[in-house]
Write a protein that binds this ligand. Structure first.
Ligand code: ZN
Length: 151
């Protein structure tokens, strides 16, 4: 008991504390060493809150460099790689479940059951009201493809 920290005291300044007036919910806090400061001298279109953070600029260039090496390795476009990395963790609104890795979750039994269920009827109902007005080509036969590649 003696080593346990008490949960009382005052917040260290500077801080922002947000609390519902009814006091039914846990307050949430923001404590930082420096509060945001509007920097007018930073060049457009940089955020005025980007001020004086050489470390973040360094990080950005590091990320760029890493992506560059990825391109060298796989020859893929950098935007796709970035999106892939960002989207990995998240929450599935179909399964009402958090996941650590998107691709793994999409292959899980629960998600696949949902994906093949009739739960998308609401989407199909809207789609059925739209008019298909593209030119629909027949599938390319493999023979044609081979000719294309040889040209
Ligand atoms: Zn899911």
């Amino acid at each position: 008991i003696g080593t346990q920290k008490t949960r009382t005291g005052r917040l260290k300044k500077p801080f922002v504390k947000v609390e519902d007036v009814s006091q039914l919910y846990r307050p949430f806090y923001l404590q930082m060493t420096n509060m945001p400061f509007i920097n007018y001298s930073i060049q457009k279109p940089c955020s005025p809150y980007d001020a004086d953070k050489p470390s973040s600029i360094q990080k950005q260039t590091q990320v760029k460099l890493r992506i560059q090496t990825d391109i060298d390795k796989y020859g893929g476009p950098p935007v796709q790689l970035q999106l892939k990395e960002k989207k990995k963790k998240g929450y599935c609104e179909c399964c009402l479940q958090k996941y650590e890795d998107l691709e793994t979750h999409l292959l899980s039994e629960q998600h696949r059951n949902f994906a093949q269920s009739n739960q998308y009827q609401v989407v199909d109902d809207i789609v059925s009201k739209l008019v298909f007005d593209f030119v629909e080509y027949e599938r390319d036969t493999p023979k044609k493809k081979r000719i294309k590649y040889s040209v």
